[in-house]
Design a protein around this ligand. Sequence first.
Ligand code: ATR
Length: 270
Amino acid sequence: MINAKTELYGIIGHPVSHSLSPLMHNSAFKALGINAVYLAFDVTNLNAAIAGIKELGIKGLSVTIPYKEKIMEFVDIIDDSAREIGAVNTLLIRENKIFGYNTDWLGAVLALQEKTELSGKKAVVIGAGGSSKAICHGLNKHGASIHIINRSIEKARELASNFNAGFSGLNEDKDIYGDILINTTSIGMTGTDTQGQLPVDDKFIQNFKVIMDIVYSPLQTPLLKSAHEKGLSTIDGLRMLLFQGVKQFELWTEKLPPLEVMQKSLYNKL
Ligand code: ATR
């Protein structure tokens, strides 16, 4: 029941029409009987969008592509991890101040910890963009060693220097091995020119115990399919999305998030 007391949350990004976050957060508000709604705002002018959020009484926002870095200019108080990662994916508006957090790295850690410990493990991360940065931050904080593989080796080198990590170019390695393999690129995603493709040669996949993909369309990517066939442990692309959302919900409501409900809302949709 929407009324004069309903609190407003949402996601800002461009494009956002395919976002699964409204489904996830609205199902959680409903399950806990919280009088709030979460909407998708397709924003092309970030300054104009942010100008009104305090005065309109918006309580919290998710921030997605392409604004996770630019939004930092508008945040009054920024959390340490978000500053270290250089990206904010969550805004909390309290007492006329905008607080900025990053829950992506926490989402990745929680998704990984369902299947493996991180301390002392060797992780190979494919990709060196925003998602990779957040994931590497989480791996590093939890004591895993990191090797970054990226199409542009310069970006791999730059990111690796933050974590004392190894790096190499895509398709350059004679051998790739470790405990955990994580794809943070769009390789294999439906609708791209890499649809149906693997991010690394199939022969390397068996050199790992746990395989994680952040692509969730399709849910079973070529990488996860191959890992599954080899009997390896897999983490699909909805796990990180789910857990970053769970952490957002916790920040906004200070309540225990209804994990099962949020999970169902995502998996039923796909
Ligand atoms: P995100 O925020 O999702 O991480 P991003 O910051 O644009 O997005 O990063 C995308 C990552 O996927 C990059 O590492 C990119 O490689 P480059 O740095 O060489 O551009 C990688 N990527 C995207 N499409 C790719 C493709 N077709 N083949 C290989 N790497 C790809």
